[in-house]
Design a protein around this ligand. Structure first.
Ligand code: C2E
Ligand code: MG
Ligand code: MG
Ligand code: MG
Length: 282
């Protein structure tokens, strides 16, 4: 009996595993098609300066309008794109798309910094700095209006000449941001080595900030550390007004979160930027 049970568990496991393989394969085929058939779209989440309430930048977040599944979030397909190497072309498409959009806003008189997320894998080919420079030249976006978001582990990477590529990227004039700060390496050496412009505190410290004295101590410390190194601090995942006012008290520079807005389409973002135009028309 025990042997049967073991065998059944194995069969079940095998079935699930096969299902998983089929799903992954389908996702890969679908994703290649998505790139060709323009099912991918960038949404933009606004960032606000806490002292003035001014919208001072956006983060570009990738979305997939799947023909059968509807909107699919990046956590479902970015890992697959990374494993298959598809992230190289996808990542470049994201940078280009974000720059084209930022140029439009810039020409319409709204100079917003647009932040783009990078995957570690995008440093493997060694082409990234040249590709970014080419996109800036092609789109005409002033380099300081593009910010690249990297995680702590990417800044620590000893492989693929990541350090050298980061130096080259900074030489083009783009800004670097450290994303999900506090969740990666505890080795802070990279903070003194790199002139990143922005430090983004991970949402896991922010979501419940009002109800955790320990998180408050940590976040306040991170803000002071970042400021003493000349970095601008952004808090991610602000959902509650109490959290926003705590962050203001702690001198945090900017914040993003559902309290103000979810990631929205470029058109919706334009409406957030120019509310007076909408009032006049309605
Ligand atoms: P991230 O860069 O840390 O982006 C912030 C995530 O938090 C986004 O999830 C955003 O929608 C979500 N968020 C924003 N405000 C709130 C809030 O108030 N509460 C909560 N609970 N969540 C909030 P999203 O869009 O699902 O993206 C997930 C991750 O996928 C991103 O995390 C980023 O690491 C990755 N990603 C997104 N777009 C790209 C891309 O174009 N390229 C690469 N390589 N990665 C991307
Ligand atoms: Mg990010
Ligand atoms: Mg983050
Ligand atoms: Mg992230």
């Amino acid at each position: 009996k025990a042997k049967d049970a073991g065998r059944n568990t194995y069969l079940l496991y095998k079935q699930e595993w096969q299902q998983h393989q089929t799903d992954t394969l389908k996702l890969i085929t679908d994703l290649r098609q998505a790139v060709r058939e323009q099912q991918l779209e960038l949404h933009y989440q606004p960032k606000y300066e806490l002292s003035s309430g001014r919208l001072n930048g956006v983060e570009a977040l990738l979305r997939w309008r799947h023909p059968e599944l509807g909107w699919v979030g990046p956590q479902h397909f970015i890992p697959v794109a990374e494993e298959t190497g598809l992230i190289d072309s996808l990542g470049l498409w994201v940078i280009r798309q974000a720059c084209l959009q930022a140029v439009q806003w810039h020409q319409a008189g709204q100079s917003l910094v647009v932040a783009v997320n990078l995957s570690a894998r995008q440093f493997r080919s060694g082409q990234l700095p040249e590709q970014v420079a080419a996109v800036l030249a092609e789109t005409g976006l002033p380099a300081e209006l593009l910010e690249l978001e990297l995680t702590e582990s990417m800044l620590m990477d000893e492989q693929y000449q990541v350090q050298q590529q980061l130096t080259q990227l900074m030489a083009t004039g783009v800004k670097l941001a450290i994303d999900d700060f506090g969740t990666g390496y505890s080795n802070l050496h990279y903070l003194s080595k790199f002139q990143a412009a922005t430090l983004k505190i991970d949402q896991s410290f922010i979501l419940q900030l009002n109800s955790s004295i320990r998180d408050q101590a940590l976040v306040s410390g991170m803000i002071q550390l970042a400021h003493s190194l000349g970095l601008v601090v952004v808090a991610e995942g602000v959902e509650l007004p109490e959290v926003a006012s705590l962050l203001s008290q702690m001198q945090c520079d900017s914040a993003q979160g559902y309290l103000w807005s979810k990631p929205v389409t470029a058109e919706q973002l334009w409406q957030l930027l120019t509310p007076e135009l909408i009032e006049k028309h309605s």
